[in-house]
Ligand binder design. Structure first.
Ligand code: UDX
Length: 437
């Protein structure tokens, strides 16, 4: 099929490459010339495992191209809207200007029968509004909401083999003409047994925000338990293991630590609350305020614990922060708890060095006042205290005996509860986890 993908960020670039991998003829369109230049040279403008290789493979087949020229969408039967919906400045709601601009720019290039597919995370009601704009310009075109559930760091696998496919069509019916077109787009995943749900548009929009809210709630739940564990001397990691053995609860997303960040969960729960307010249903989501504040409290808690670990004052303490990305296998620092903690410590008088295998360029743009060191050993040299804040594999594998020789103080705070506390203590380290004795 001929497909256009509008917006080539984390979502769109991966989607375009994966659609081409599946055999479709794809053009990726973005207003950012730098991004298009980079993607055209088979180089992703961000780090995502396997993406450069995939871009190279599919570009060699001639099935994938990138451009800033929206007219390249003409002649494509399916147009995916993959632009960002960030949080509005100074408000909780989602900023829809990029979605609106993408649809406006696409309109002159749509043809009768085209299918416009929204993948961006939007407030419920957006699809119906955009569908109205679309049919005014092209009465026989259709708008479908097809939320994307990919996780950064696993984006290619999540796109090629998703857990489920959700199509939100105007009448919510299996017989809608867009259903068979999308079935053709996703033929590969469907034949591999991926479940497919047909819903109306508002349900499809809500599926995404509800899923992210649930995940955020699960993380904040276990972080609230971590607070209780800290107050009572219990161990939240064992608690999570034990409650997670109940099938109905499950162990995934029950890792207590410094909390969630990134470009999705924090802004999605806030936009969801804002939208609920507009709909007169704000009471339904007041619990998400608590989810948000438990999450933000983790960051202050880590600053306090670090102060304790440093003997009561942060002034002049050499602190090395391991990890800047909001999670491992990503260079994304949007709302990264690790970086926000590093910046707080620096503000309170510590001398902070941040290291990360992939995210330092983005981090230094976000917080230029922090000191960055790409080499792990150099970053740790002379540190009074180490903070493990993003659980990259190389940090999880650190050997306490080897690390001891380079640092000044044997103190470590494990912000992700991924180190073997007994082993570090046996090597003479003062070890602090979160929600662990
Ligand atoms: C999330 C959703 O998982 C994905 O389905 C959606 O499409 C986009 O938003 P992503 O932002 O890539 O994906 O990251 P995710 O793996 O969900 O992690 C989010 C944050 O939660 C990270 O900061 C991570 O460190 C944190 N987290 C995750 C925890 O603190 N504890 C956990 O147990 C799990």
């Amino acid at each position: 099929m001929r497909i256009s993908v509008i917006g080539c960020g984390y979502l769109g670039a991966v989607h375009a490459a994966c659609m081409a991998k599946l055999g479709h003829e794809v053009v990726g369109i973005d207003v950012d010339e730098g991004k298009i230049r980079s993607l055209s040279a088979a180089h992703a403008p961000f780090f995502e495992p396997g993406l450069d290789e995939l871009l190279r493979d599919v570009q060699e087949t001639g099935r994938l191209s990138f451009t800033t020229d929206m007219s390249a969408a003409a002649g494509c039967a399916v147009h995916f809207i993959c632009v960002g919906t960030p949080q509005k400045k100074g408000e909780n709601g989602a900023d829809l200007r990029y979605v609106d601009a993408a649809v406006e720019a696409l309109l002159p290039h749509t043809r009768p029968g085209d299918i416009v597919v929204g993948k961006s995370t939007v407030p419920v009601g957006t699809a119906a509004r955009l569908a109205g704009i679309l049919v005014q310009s092209e009465p026989s075109a259709h708008l479908v909401w097809n939320p994307e559930f990919l996780r950064e760091g696993h984006a290619i696998k999540d796109t090629l083999s998703p857990d489920r496919l959700v199509y939100g069509v105007a009448d919510g019916s299996e017989d809608h003409v867009a259903v068979s077109v999308l079935d053709e787009v996703y033929a590969n995943a469907l034949s591999a047994g991926t479940p497919r749900l047909i819903t109306d548009q508002p349900t499809a929009e809500l599926v995404k925000t509800a899923a992210n809210s649930f995940l955020a709630t699960k993380i904040s739940f276990i972080n609230a338990m971590a607070e209780l564990c800290e107050a009572s001397g219990a161990d939240v990691t064992r608690l999570a293991d034990a409650i997670g053995m109940d099938d109905r609860i499950g162990r995934k997303f029950l890792n207590a630590g410094i909390g969630f960040g990134g470009g999705c969960l924090p802004k999605d729960i806030r936009a969801f609350m804002a939208r609920a307010g507009e709909l007169g249903a704000d009471q339904a989501l007041t619990f998400l305020r608590e989810v948000d504040s438990i999450n933000m409290r983790r960051r202050t808690r880590v600053v306090e614990l670090t102060r304790e670990l440093c003997g009561g004052s942060l002034l002049g303490q050499n602190i090395t922060v391991l990890g800047a990305a909001f999670k491992p296998e990503s260079d994304d620092v949007r709302d990264s708890p690790a970086l926000s903690i590093a910046a707080q410590l620096q503000l309170q008088g510590a001398v902070v060095t941040v290291t990360d295998p992939k995210a330092l360029e983005n981090a230094s743009r976000r917080f230029p006042e922090l000191q960055y060191e790409p080499d792990l050993e150099t970053a740790m040299a002379g540190a009074d205290t180490l903070l493990l804040l993003t659980e990259w594999q190389q940090y999880k594998e650190l050997d306490p005996f080897e690390v001891s020789s380079g640092v000044t103080g044997l103190r470590i705070l494990d912000g992700r509860n991924v180190l073997d506390a007994a082993k570090w203590r046996a090597a003479g380290w003062q070890y602090r986890g979160l929600g662990r004795p």
